[in-house]
Design a protein around this ligand. Structure first.
Ligand code: ZN
Length: 310
């Protein structure tokens, strides 16, 4: 238990670690939001290679499949009427994702809806390419839709961009979408990006037990990245309040299992068990959700207090 706690915690601090590495890779280490765009792109390219190593796809739980890479979580939710893809990763990953979807026996052309956890390059950069491959409708929370369409990171991070992609449907907080008997509900968690989204769904994990549902969330919204000024942020004057509102919203959820956008640490040591479908499900041993949300909230509150000088 202790070990799995540590593993989850390190997963959640990953975005901070990644940034540390990114700023080390730049010519001007230190505050992230003072890097030039050239420095950000150079740092981003070194990041792609490390995160985007292909892994064998597998069924995670119920109708949710992992089609991502070593440390970028891309999830396929399969239904009898077509599939939903959550996130697309960096540009280099589009062929990997296609291969993974096909290895699992699904067709790219059956992906009908593309969703995103948040408009940062490592989660949505390949959206435009995958949209062309699939013909899917792109749907996103209103507050991240502008960034997707602009092809620019409009979050406090302001990092590397992507090919603009048209958003076919802009959703509001809590506005569910359904396909083939699966319902996905977006919870708005501003802070990390303006429209950072935690997706929830109920899935049947055990075909012998069709009445038994498992609530699963996919999330990557841990508040503003390390290195981002939270209090009186010049571009986002209400970033502190928005971030705390996001944690309040997260705390309303009650998942049995949560999946993250950077899965390397949470899957470490249980990858084989996941692949061979060990039950009870190995991810039921994760740190309890509300404890996790409280911990993440506390770390942002500490940063806010430190910036306010008390
Ligand atoms: Zn991010």
């Amino acid at each position: 238990m202790k070990k799995s706690l540590q593993v989850i915690i390190s997963a959640l601090t990953f975005s901070g670690l990644a940034l540390l590495t990114l700023s080390q890779a730049s010519a001007q280490p230190g505050r992230f939001d003072t890097m030039t765009m050239e420095q950000k792109v150079a740092a981003g390219e070194s990041y792609h290679g490390r995160q985007a190593v292909p892994v064998e796809p597998f069924r995670v739980v119920g109708n949710i499949y992992f089609v991502g890479t070593t440390n970028i979580g891309i999830y396929l939710i399969a239904t009898p009427e077509g599939h939903i893809l959550v996130d697309s990763g960096v540009n280099e990953m589009s062929a990997t994702i296609r291969d993974s979807v096909e290895k699992l026996g699904f067709r790219m052309s059956d992906i009908k809806i593309m969703l995103s956890s948040h408009a940062h390059f490592d989660h949505v950069q390949a959206h435009a390419v995958l949209q062309r491959m699939t013909g899917a409708q792109v749907m996103a929370l209103e507050a991240d839709a502008d960034a997707l369409e602009a092809g620019r990171d409009l979050s406090p991070l302001g990092f590397e961009g992507w090919e603009p992609v048209k958003v076919d449907r802009r959703l509001q907080d809590g506005e569910s979408i359904s396909l083939g008997g699966t319902t996905m509900t977006p919870t708005w968690v501003p802070g990390h990006t303006p429209g950072c989204t935690t997706w929830s769904t109920d899935t049947q994990d055990d075909p012998q037990n069709p009445g038994e549902t498992v609530n699963v969330v996919i999330f990557g919204c841990n508040g503003p990245n390390d290195g981002v000024q939270i209090v009186n942020n010049p571009r986002f004057p209400t970033l502190a309040e928005d971030s705390l509102f996001g944690f309040d919203n997260l705390d309303k959820l009650n998942p049995d299992i949560y999946l993250t956008g950077h899965p390397e640490a949470p899957f470490e040591g249980i990858m084989e068990q996941l692949r061979v479908q060990v039950r009870p499900h190995p991810l039921l041993q994760q740190q309890p959700w509300h404890e996790l949300v409280a911990e993440r909230r506390a770390s942002i509150e500490e940063r806010i207090a430190a910036e306010r000088g008390h």
